[in-house]
Design a protein around this ligand. Structure first.
Ligand SMILES: NC(=O)c1ccc[n+]([C@@H]2O[C@H](COP(=O)([O-])OP(=O)(O)OC[C@H]3O[C@@H](n4cnc5c(N)ncnc54)[C@H](OP(=O)(O)O)[C@@H]3O)[C@@H](O)[C@H]2O)c1
Length: 279
């Protein structure tokens, strides 16, 4: 099973920025720096709604230490602002906070009531002007994708960022195949379950515990490895712990495919359509 191949600039694991919202920001900044500097992560995800631009400012401060080709910057527009002020305003403000000239990928964070025809027209103009290399959407279920692809240039959508992890396999039934058919790259967010939803069902599962022990990896590394099992689309996670950063990325030699029958029995792939879950 192969989806549209991710752009080679995009690392399969990406670092989110919700960890800059609260808690120990310095630790989180160090983790983002280390992820790029030591682990070769290029994909960095942020959004204008994260602490009303505060996360973008912090991400910008970290990225200022690196040459532009070292990272692949993804931003997301808040549709509630887009409806009132227009997409251009959101984009320019985010670039200002980040101290950047362009986004590698710019997404509509969720659909809300945004007019898709106008959105695509505007985002295509911003792309021509060099503010965006590619554009896409987030939290779009299959019917939203169908609506998007029915408007002029909607097929230029590059990516749909969705909630997808071992505990939330709904997209496997129809959305992931649909994206593959239309050559649109999926991107998983909250690959570890998120900081709001406990991943205890995975951590407490006896089969998962045994597999982790046999391979000397953590359940979080297994969860990331699950999203990456075909190596065809990226998965985002966030952390403000250097130890978690290291152990999460520690699955290079772990062959999850040889365990998938067992994992499927514990966390089955859906057998019917499931509405896309969102955080
Ligand atoms: N498009 C959207 O609507 C949307 C929605 C949600 C998120 N996102 C993006 O996706 C990114 C990642 O998602 P997320 O932050 O919701 O969730 P996540 O990455 O699934 O989970 C983050 C939580 O996991 C903890 N964690 C990480 N590694 C761990 C480990 N090895 N052991 C124990 N705990 C660990 C982190 O705490 P520590 O800091 O202690 O490690 C944090 O509390 C976000 O930052 C954001 O950029 C997008």
């Amino acid at each position: 099973m192969k989806y549209h191949l991710a752009c080679p600039d995009i690392s399969l694991a990406g670092i989110g920025s919700t960890q800059f919202w609260s808690g120990d920001t310095t630790k989180a900044e160090n983790c983002l720096f280390e992820a790029i500097n030591t682990y070769g992560i290029t994909l960095v995800d942020t959004a204008e709604m994260y602490a009303d631009g505060r996360c973008e400012r912090i991400v910008g401060n970290v990225l200022a230490s690196f040459p532009r080709e070292k990272y692949y910057l993804l931003g997301k527009a808040d549709p509630r602002r887009v409806q009132v002020y227009g997409l251009r305003k959101s984009l320019l403000k985010s670039l200002e906070y980040l101290k950047e000239d362009y986004f590698d990928l710019y997404l509509l964070h969720w659909r809300e009531d945004v007019d898709l025809r106008s959105f695509v027209q505007e985002v295509e103009e911003l792309k021509k002007e060099g503010y965006i290399r590619e554009w896409g959407v987030s939290n779009f279920d299959i019917h939203d994708m169908q609506d998007l692809l029915s408007v002029p240039n909607g097929e230029n959508c590059y990516c749909n960022q969705i909630l997808y992890n071992l505990m939330t396999r709904g997209p496997e039934y129809d959305l992931l195949p649909y994206l593959r058919e239309h050559h649109i790259m999926p991107m998983a967010y909250s690959s570890l379950g998120s900081s709001f939803v406990s991943n205890k069902p995975v951590k407490n599962n006896k089969t998962i515990q045994r597999i982790c022990k046999e391979n000397n990896i953590t359940p979080e590394a297994l969860m990331l490895s699950f999203v990456h099992r075909y190596g065809d689309f990226p998965a985002l996670f966030s952390t403000s712990s250097m130890e978690h950063l290291r152990s999460n990325l520690d699955f290079d030699n772990f062959d999850i495919l040889s365990y998938m029958d067992e994992i499927d029995r514990e966390f089955p792939s859906p057998t019917h359509a499931v509405p896309l879950e969102k955080l």
